[in-house]
Design a protein around this ligand. Structure first.
Ligand SMILES: C[S@@+](CC[C@H](N)C(=O)[O-])C[C@H]1O[C@@H](n2cnc3c(N)ncnc32)[C@H](O)[C@@H]1O
Length: 282
């Protein structure tokens, strides 16, 4: 049975349109950064993705395309898909301005996935705050398995479901999995909140005290639900990794550490905050 909540996705589109403008306002000369060989990718996904030379790669929920174009610069032929109008028009312009080719499609993932050709991608990729916006993981996993070519791989690095149950003070606050809905005042300006950690191209002051006028709705998924969404349609989990840090400031108590990552203070017990996996189509 489908749990699709397209009306909530539409609400999120507005929230992401507003937030993406604020996020990009803090990033200095993005086209010049990419043109000079700069990359917004982190070593975690680079390690899981491996060699991309000549690969047809689909970046699901690509936002404003910085990671997508960084993947193209590693030799992949890239297609990025995202629901946000603002993100996709920014990405298309960034491709032109940086001279790095990429195809960008504005669509709810659930409208695009069923129309993508079976076996048409070698690699499908998604990262950092993606799954929480998806209201049906069964459709997502089934379509990824269909669209990958045999021998292809799906790679994701995203928020660990353990962390997703915690509130601001690390208290048990949200339900674990089940697709439970979480309603928030709107996608916030986590780029500004991360200081310079999310702006390898240089930080601009940009929009100050951003308040998103559009509320958002997200969905809680358990590790079982994520893994089984991929395993059920026949994908094989080849790698699974956990990381004790985030790339953005998820909790006020976090401290900045190596590689622009945010950790719990060292005197506290450490927990998994991100996970990464590679699922192969045999
Ligand atoms: C945190 S961002 C992902 C960032 C991304 N890893 C990058 O390279 O910048 C989450 C993205 O999911 C997109 N999104 C949310 N719901 C979606 C949906 N139903 N279909 C497609 N994209 C969606 C948002 O517009 C947003 O750009």
């Amino acid at each position: 049975m489908s749990t699709l909540r397209k009306e909530l996705h539409e609400r999120n589109r507005l929230s992401w349109n507003a937030a993406t403008q604020a996020h990009n306002s803090h990033k200095r000369d993005q086209a010049g950064f990419l043109r000079r060989g700069g990359s917004t990718l982190c070593k975690e996904e680079i390690a899981l993705l491996g060699d991309l030379q000549g690969k047809r790669l689909c970046h699901l929920q690509c936002n404003a395309g910085q990671d997508t174009l960084s993947l193209a610069a590693r030799g992949a032929e890239v297609t990025g898909v995202d629901i946000s109008d603002e993100a996709i028009s920014f990405a298309a312009q960034l491709s032109i301005d940086s001279g790095i080719p990429g195809t960008f499609v504005r669509s709810d993932l659930y409208d695009w996935l069923p129309h993508a050709e079976a076996g048409s991608f070698d690699v499908m990729f998604s990262s950092y705050g993606a799954l929480m916006w998806l209201s049906d993981l069964r459709i997502w996993g089934r379509e990824i398995a269909r669209i990958l070519r045999p021998g292809g791989r799906f790679v994701i690095v995203d928020a660990h479901p353990f962390m997703m149950v915690l509130g601001e003070k690390l208290e048990l606050h949200y339900p674990y999995g089940g697709g439970s809905e979480v309603h928030d005042p709107g996608v916030h300006d986590y780029v500004a909140a991360a200081g310079t950690a999310l702006t390898p191209m240089g930080f601009e002051e940009g929009v100050k005290d951003f308040k998103n006028p559009h509320p958002d709705a997200s969905f809680q998924w358990s590790l079982e639900e994520i893994l089984m969404a991929l395993i059920r349609p026949g994908l094989v989990i080849e790698q699974y990794v956990e990381y004790p840090f985030t790339k953005w400031r998820a909790f006020p108590v976090q401290v900045a550490g190596p590689d622009n990552n945010f950790f719990l203070p060292p005197e506290m017990p450490q927990i998994p905050m991100l996970f990464g996996l590679v699922a192969a189509k045999r």
